[in-house]
Design a binder for this molecule. Sequence first.
Ligand code: SF4
Length: 486
Amino acid sequence: MIRIITDAPEFFSDLGDVLRLFYGDVQISLTDGDAVFEHRFTDAGGAWTDTWRSGGVEEALTQPAFTGTPVEVKRLRQRQVKLALYNLLKRLGGIKPPWGSLTGIRPTRLLYEAMEAGMDLDAAVEHVQAAYDVSPDRAALLKEIALMQDGIREARPDQFDLYIGIPFCRTRCSYCSFSSGELGDGSRVGPYVDALLKEIALCRDMMAEAGMTLRAGYVGGGTPTAIPCADLERILAAAQEAFPTAVEWTVEAGRPDTIDAEKLRMLKGRGIGRISVNPQTFSDETLKRIGRAHTGADTIAAYELARSLSFDDINMDVIAALPGETVADFAHTLDVIEGLAPDSVTVHSLAIKRSSRLHEQLTVSGGHTQTHAEGAAEMIAEARRRLTTGGYRPYYLYRQKYMAGNLENVGYARPGKACLYNIGNMEETVSVLALGAGAISKWLFDRALRIERAPNVRNIDEYIARTDEMVKRKRDVIFQTGVRGG
Ligand code: SF4
């Protein structure tokens, strides 16, 4: 455990994030701990200094006093206190995280902020690199993403995106932290679909009242294709009838063992243009180890079936640094991906969330939750090299806590195959109406300067029992002061 003594306790949680960049999933306390990091703030005639000390080593960072609104000053203070601590940790640890002092989910946001302040793209990239000690390689990645998003990042103020969650899976993967339940005997699917149809109908009226239309729809989970074909079709039919204006529909057909010709034909018939068939890895041993009840050959068969039915926008997700995987295992996965040539590939770095079974296993076995840091970096670099050589371009990026090697998740796509929903959701450029258990609606106000969330309950039975209340939560957010731009 690490103890922080600070003059800025309001940033306690942010400071914990900085410490975790260097020490992994460590506990942080304001009162107890074996290692102590002490912070002092001084104001000497308009020069603000943050000094951090630990184990006899000291680092200080001085800036002219910040000006602006209280919110702006607080934000700048937060960045300065974090950066001062980061500088000390870098000196103590002798390592430099790839994203420097950045701990947030969306590094691209800082780039766009700099551009909104008047910088051109190159100047903005340089600014982010210098201000947050981001590696040149990651700065270059940000630039490539901004170029890919140019022209497709923004949505109209009267548009929203739709997320529908189907929280069922055949088995539970060891690293899963989603609110999905195992399918079991399937008896909860019918009542769940009924509740979802009710939520769709109520939201159709609400969105008509708000004067907003659907841009992109996304059905995720869980594994949407884990439920019977007729149930999935009922959901899609209701959503498409309620919101007929989508220019893009994605259905995660995640687990290949849930995909068959009947479901694929139904999806095709309903005009679903984009699907995701997710191998995660092509190592059968790893698949078994992480609790996915399918093989690499199943993934290839499902993918080829989809291709034979004319799906021309197929995404594949892979995960670097899965338990027990070597760089060679991951290279094999990339070999197979290259051979299949999907339209987009999302490369994740394993994040071991506290609610996952894997976290529990590692804790019980005494394993460290950031084991594969070095291997992960090599895997991620190899994926980027091979995918970009193969004609894919990075088009969205996000980071998570507890991610192996402090890396990132990156979506790569061939030209014209970038997913609008992924960009809008990750860059927070469009409001998202989210339906189903555990789905979280995000509403943008004041040109996206303020974002309000309306979460649905995670428990499936609670969701079924309280569907009206879930819609009311959204209504309360959407109509409080008018929707985005209003
Ligand atoms: S397929 Fe996805 S949602 Fe389902 S258990 Fe695995 S990680 Fe969780």
